[in-house]
Write a protein that binds this ligand. Structure first.
Ligand SMILES: CC(C)(COP(=O)(O)OP(=O)(O)OC[C@H]1O[C@@H](n2cnc3c(N)ncnc32)[C@H](O)[C@@H]1OP(=O)(O)O)[C@@H](O)C(=O)NCCC(=O)NCCS
Length: 124
C-alpha cells in the first residue's frame, strides 16, 4: 500500500507486516474523487482497547478535516483508544489532544509519546 510508504517513509510497514496488520486488524480508507486521501489501521477492534497503528492523510488533502473524520470513526467505536506519536509531530499531537487524548507515557526509545483516550470522553 503505497500510501503507507508515502506517509511513513522512515518506518513503513513492509508488505508482509501490512498484510498481517490488515488480516488481524481493521482499516478504514477514505477516498476523495476516487483517490485514496487517507487511512487508518487499528488493532484490537472488538476489544476494550483499540490501538491506532496508523492514521494519515496525503498532503494535498490535509487540514480540511479528513484526519478528524478518520479519527472519529475509531472514537465512535466507544472504547479506550491508544496510539504512539513521534515527539514533535505537532499536527498529529494537536489532533489527538483536541479529541481528548492525554499523554500517558513515552515509548522505550523515548522518541514517541504514548497517548490514550478513555472511552468516556466526548469528542469536541
Ligand atoms: C496528522 C494528520 C493525520 C492530520 O490530518 P488532517 O486531515 O490535516 O487533520 P484535520 O484537518 O482533521 O485537522 C484537525 C486538527 O489537527 C490539528 N492539525 C492538523 N494539521 C495541523 C498543522 N499543520 N499544524 C498544527 N495542527 C494541525 C489541528 O488541531 C486541527 O484542528 P483545527 O483545524 O481546528 O486547528 C496529517 O497531518 C498527517 O497525515 N500527517 C502525516 C502522518 C502522521 O504523522 N500521522 C500521525 C501518526 S501518529
Amino acid at each position: 500500500m503505497s500510501i503507507d510508504y508515502d506517509l511513513f517513509p522512515d518506518n513503513n510497514f513492509n508488505e508482509r507486516t501490512l498484510h498481517n496488520q490488515l488480516t488481524v486488524g481493521t482499516g478504514w480508507l477514505l477516498h476523495v474523487d476516487e483517490k485514496l486521501a487517507g487511512y487508518t489501521l487499528c488493532s484490537g477492534v472488538g476489544t476494550p482497547l483499540v490501538d491506532i497503528l496508523r492514521l494519515g492523510v496525503r498532503e494535498p488533502y490535509r487540514q480540511v478535516g479528513i484526519g478528524t473524520v478518520l479519527l472519529r470513526v475509531v472514537l465512535d467505536l466507544g472504547v479506550d483508544v491508544m496510539l504512539s506519536v513521534r515527539k514533535g509531530n505537532d499536527p498529529a499531537i494537536n489532533l489527538y489532544l483536541k479529541h481528548g487524548f492525554e499523554i500517558a507515557g513515552t515509548m522505550p526509545q523515548h522518541y514517541s509519546w504514548v497517548m490514550r483516550r478513555p472511552a468516556r470522553k466526548t469528542s469536541s
